[in-house]
Ligand binder design. Sequence first.
Ligand SMILES: [Zn+2]
Length: 300
Amino acid sequence: MTHGHSDHARPGHDAVLATPETIEIMQSRLGNGAGRTRQALGYGDALKIGDVTVTLRPAGHILGSAQVVIDYRGQRAVVTGDYKRRTDPTCTPFELVPCDLLVTEATFGLPVFRHEPDTREIARLLASVTAFPERTHQIGVYGLGKCQRLIALLRKAGYDRAIWLHGSMIQLCALYERLGVPLGDIRAVADATSSLAGEIVLSPPSALGDRWSRRLADPVTALASGWMRVRGRARQRGVELPLIISDHVDWPEIIQTIDETGAGEIWVTHGREEAVVYQARKMGRRARALALVGREDEVE
Ligand SMILES: [Zn+2]
């Protein structure tokens, strides 16, 4: 298993091999559904299976996320899983692994996708908080990864006030802290004694504008996602403050990775396969699309 997101770590697996962090995340979310047998493999530890050696290397996507490196008779294949190249205070940075065959994700595999620096997006958020002290800022975030990264980015930007959480996010935040990712002063919205005017609240995207949000002070609705690059998506969801914060590589980073791994063969999956295949061929690589599983494209 490359990481704990629900479009990858589905319940009902028989045997699960993953990093210790991913296994903890799966157990926290799925309980006994996390796999009948669970084997933890730390980054860089080699596992021999017959003639094949399997190693996990950091993917930089979320805590515990891994690329799978498969070595067989002097040939190496790397399956990236979901990955990103930018610094994320909540997980080990992506490690470039030279290989012969690269299987890359392509969630944002179109030239239009170029993610902003996260510092710029956080600065926009904090400017809005300063500009509207009488309103709550409610930010829709995916509960695993994005939630904790957004908190960590706010802390890095010097925001040390309490950050308020929807009840569904408490458990995973506690797990992140236990696994060594400090998040500072985080509290449950259910424990608030006011309407949280001037405060930052994180909730699932589905809670934006729903009944749960009525307790908040005239919320400014924000959504943190790579998809916020697409203006129509923000408008369609009634998001006032779209924040382009992605946990996936953007187009230039996919091309950079294909180039830097030196792989002669590229298989493309999970997203916009066609454009990446076309680009890889232009770069002189053999390339093909892999249609492994369907993808819910809102999930990160
Ligand atoms: Zn993911």
